[in-house]
Design a binder for this molecule. Structure first.
Ligand SMILES: Nc1ncnc2c1ncn2[C@@H]1O[C@H](COP(=O)(O)OP(=O)(O)OP(=O)(O)O)[C@@H](O)[C@H]1O
Ligand SMILES: [Mg+2]
Length: 344
């Protein structure tokens, strides 16, 4: 491609200059500049019309922090760990390996949500970006007898995509439902290699999402609450030993006996705490604002009350985090709209 561009500028234009009048030459030269832009992979012109790869994968720490502060509720640990990870990774012009995060926690606590926010920082189109890839264990790798095929397909897919865009983001959801053999396929890409078959993976980001360890994190959060301590005082060191039990020694974590664990290739384990009713309310308010409504505290309370909580007696943590907030709000929206029409 570069050769073709050079040919346009250095061969075609001078040749035309000799043969034609100045007007023709300037028109052709203008065309040549346009062609240069269109042929160049990172041209601003081309990138105005189609998505281009953010080759540096430099993450804007301040922007990410602002997004997490404003949008992710009740997850002080996950926020701290991810910001620390990103700071180290993006400050390093030549990371030794790709960034590898493993997110753990109960349903609806924000694992996909955080991955999406992070992906948007690298590629603004987020999950819609052609450089962000989401794999679901039950959808993409459902059959245990086809592990060999999946491994091959996965390796080809990752190789092809990182060759096209070094800062590609790969998110593996439902890791707890993944056959450990499948995930071993990505081990060569995660390791400390300068290049594998001429491709460097060191600017890529890999994220695993799983519920493995979620029950243990919940128990620790409940113990904290029961002993009268503040949730915000839970520290990473309180949860790290639990995660190793919940993940390394858990046959259903997708990482059981995985070479990724043996080789210590996961840079950070990111725990997600179970959400309390006050966080559910924050989710409802955020969702109302996103839908363009004024926040109605009556509806906020109603939606929060409709959620189920555990332990049954004390009702401290939401069973499904904020997961069903949107669906519940849809129902309230229908009722409100119906009322408005009836009064109409
Ligand atoms: N901590 C949070 N802060 C703000 N919004 C949240 C949070 N957790 C969940 N949500 C909201 O709930 C939705 C569902 O959450 P998400 O899909 O991230 O859960 P999850 O942790 O991936 O759950 P699961 O383990 O069931 O897949 C999000 O899209 C977001 O709108
Ligand atoms: Mg999820």
């Amino acid at each position: 491609m570069k050769l073709l561009q050079a040919a346009v500028i250095f061969v075609l234009v001078p040749t035309l200059a000799q043969a034609f009048d100045p007007l023709t030459v300037s028109v052709v030269a203008g065309g040549a500049v346009m062609a240069w832009h269109l042929l160049s992979s990172d041209s601003w012109l081309k990138c105005r019309f189609q998505e281009c790869c953010n080759r540096n994968s430099t993450l804007n720490f301040t922007a990410l922090k602002a997004q997490l502060d404003n949008r992710l509720f009740g997850q002080h640990l996950a926020k701290d760990v991810v910001l620390k990870a990103v700071l180290g990774f993006s400050n390093n012009p030549s990371p030794k390996k790709p960034l590898m995060l493993s997110l753990h926690g109960w349903a609806g606590t924000g694992k996909n949500f955080l991955s999406q926010i992070l992906a948007e920082q690298v590629h603004p189109a987020g999950l819609r970006s052609k450089f962000v890839h989401l794999f679901l264990a039950t959808l993409h790798f459902p059959h245990h007898d086809q592990v060999k095929l999946y491994k091959e397909q996965l390796q080809n897919w990752i190789r092809g995509n990182v060759s096209a865009c070094p800062s590609s983001v790969f998110i593996f959801d439902e890791m707890d439902k993944m056959h450990p053999g499948v995930i071993d396929a990505i081990k060569p890409f995660l390791d400390y290699y300068e290049e594998v078959d001429g491709v460097s993976y060191r600017k890529a980001i890999f994220i695993f999402l799983s519920n493995a360890g979620g029950d243990l994190i919940n128990k620790a959060a409940l113990d904290f609450w029961a002993s009268g301590k503040r949730r915000e005082d839970i520290q990473l060191k309180d949860l790290e030993p639990l995660l190793s039990v919940g993940v390394f020694n858990n046959k259903n974590s997708g990482l059981w006996h995985s070479s990724i664990i043996d080789r210590n290739l996961i840079d950070y384990f990111v725990p997600f705490l179970p959400l309390e009713q006050r966080h559910v309310k924050m989710c409802v308010r955020a969702e109302m604002a996103a839908r363009g409504y004024a926040v109605d505290e009556k509806i906020v309370q109603e939606v929060a009350d409709e959620m189920t909580y555990f332990p049954k007696e004390e009702r401290i943590f939401s069973d499904k985090g904020c997961k069903t907030v949107q669906a519940k709000l849809d129902i309230h929206e229908d009722v409100v709209m119906g009322d408005t029409k009836a009064r109409g």
